[in-house]
Structure formats: C-alpha cells, structure tokens
Design a protein around this ligand. Structure first.
Ligand code: G4P
Ligand code: MG
Length: 177
C-alpha cells in the first residue's frame, strides 16, 4: 500500500518560503510566473509574496492540462492535452525570465509537456519550481537549460494537500502526526 503524507497550509507556506530563498540565492531575476493549474495556483500565489520581497510583484499567468483516455489502434493509453493556454495578449512574455510553478513533480509528464509547449511558444528563459519532488524514476524529462527548484525532496508517497481537504481539522491532525 502506498504511504500517505499530509501537509498543513502552514507546512506548505514554510516550504514555499524556502523555495523563494533558493531562487534568491540563484540570482535569477524572474519577471513573471506561470502557474500550472489546478495544483500550481495556490503555491504560485504564495510564492509571489516571498519573491516580491526581492523581485517586486510578479504577474501570474495560468495554463492547465488534463489527461484523457486515448484508444489508439486498440491500445488504451493516457494522453495529455491543454485545456487552457496563454492568451496572445502578453506578447513579450516569452522574452522574459518566467518561473513555471506546480505543486508536485511526480511522473514529470505534465511538466515536460508544459515546458516543451512553452518553448515552442518561444519561451527560452524558463525555470520551474515545485513544492515537492518525489524521488522516483521519472517518465517525463525536463528540457535542457531549465533552472529547477524544489522545496522538499520526498519519497514516492501520496501527498494530501490542504486544499483537497473536506475537513481541515482532521487534515491538520493527520499533518501533525
Ligand atoms: P508532474 O509532471 O508534475 O509530475 O505531474 P503528473 O503528470 O505526474 O501528475 C498527474 C496528476 O497527479 C497531477 O494533477 C498531479 O498534481 C497529481 N499528483 C501526483 N502526485 C500527487 C500526490 O502525491 N498528491 C496529490 N494530491 N496529487 C498528486 P493534475 O492532473 O495536474 O490535476 P490538478 O489537481 O493539478 O488540477
Ligand atoms: Mg497539476
């Protein structure tokens, strides 16, 4: 059975602060954030607070993907597709240093897909930040020349995030154990 772990909002807040510290130490001056929805929305907003201390207030853009069941020549598989992408309005966004944020680096499939698609859109100065990186063999691969920041390296466990909790008190009790 897969091991489970719970993190409270406070746990997440502190780890996000540590990510910001690592980004500060890298010296890379990010100019905008792209959150990968839905898991990346909340950490992206939290991270903006801490990055704001030394980078000013960054705009947050959003992209979202989902998996759909494909059935190709009798072989069912999991394909990933865009459900929301960038408007063409922020035309010079792809010339900026942009930090892509998600909550977890698991199989890395979503991450590879999003980063590769953004590179096709002309982004050439991307970094990625995740709250948790699961130490495991990854199906996806990070494109070259992408700065990578993770808050916490963990095992291949199932993470219960506070934003998924229906009973936050029970969730916090589990997080304290
Ligand atoms: P990766 O590239 O970031 O590794 O993502 P991957 O495609 O492997 O992730 C598939 C989905 O599974 C993602 O949700 C991811 O957030 C979710 N996921 C993976 N591990 C965990 C975990 O330990 N706990 C929780 N709660 N979720 C996990 P998604 O399809 O992007 O949905 P959304 O919830 O972000 O909208
Ligand atoms: Mg996600």
């Amino acid at each position: 059975m897969v091991q489970k772990v719970w993190y409270s909002y406070d746990d997440i807040h502190r780890v996000v602060q540590e990510i910001a510290e690592k980004i500060k130490q890298s010296g890379i001056q990010y100019e905008a954030i792209i959150a990968i929805g839905g898991g990346g929305f909340i950490p992206a907003r939290m991270l903006r607070t801490f990055l704001g201390e030394f980078l000013g207030t960054l705009s947050i853009y959003a992209v979202s993907t989902k998996y759909y069941d494909s059935d190709f020549q009798g072989k069912a598989g999991n394909e990933i597709q865009k459900i929301q992408w960038l408007d063409s309005t922020p035309t010079d966004l792809n010339s900026k240093k942009v930090l892509v944020v998600d909550e977890v680096d698991d199989s890395r499939v979503t991450m590879e897909f999003v980063l590769t698609e953004l590179q096709k859109d002309g982004f050439n100065d991307l970094g990625v930040a995740v709250i948790h990186n699961k130490r495991k063999p990854k199906k996806g691969k990070l494109p070259e020349n992408i700065a990578y920041f993770s808050g916490l390296e963990i095992g291949d466990w199932w993470i219960n995030y506070p934003w998924d909790a229906l009973d936050i008190d029970e969730h916090n009790q589990n997080a304290m154990k």
